[in-house]
Design a protein around this ligand. Sequence first.
Ligand code: DX5
Ligand code: ZN
Length: 214
Amino acid sequence: MTQSKPEIIPAILSQTIGQFQEDLQKLINSKRLSSGWVHVDFMDNQLVPNQSILPEDLQNVDFGNLKKEAHLMVKNPLNWVKKLLKLGFERIIIHLEANQIRMSLKLIRGAGKQAVLAINPQTPVEKLDEFAAEIDRILVMGVHPGFQGQVFIPETVARIKKIKSFNWPVIIEVDGAVKDRNANLLVRVGADTLIIGSFLINGNPDENLEKLTL
Ligand code: DX5
Ligand code: ZN
């Protein structure tokens, strides 16, 4: 097993734009995270049992120097993709469990942006195979998507190993319940990028980042 320094991306999941801006401001003010990426969670209450802010809410939001990655936990992503491209999102994640997959991936890549497929804990990883040539990254969920602060599903580790063994030319992200306790192991088995919500965002992100031993 190889290990190189992973990329860390903070995640914001919020129901109100007020909460969103509060969390975003923490990242803009952060010494170590302000010029990286931010992972913005969107939910439609259909693919997952929760809802979030909408792309429209972000129209006048200043992201500072942060680059934007959208995680679309929505059943029909196509219209969301169109709106997020207009908002300047550089990377868009849609779910393997959603509709309109091919059309959405095409639209994202056609716009010169990065396309990512996310896979839920219960979905066999082999199902990614038919899309492997059409994506830049895979996002492996470490929880059932919809909420921050959940408990990590241990089988995720074996799922990352298996995806790694396919040798697809893609970057592997892991999202959901990543924290000091499991970060190192996830990187050792093949995760290139760690998406981290509550562990980084609650409190002071710079101080929390210090606690991650990688
Ligand atoms: C979960 C979201 C995650 C979440 C991560 O459905 O997709 O991105 O915000 O938050 P934590 O790290 O608290 O699980
Ligand atoms: Zn997410």
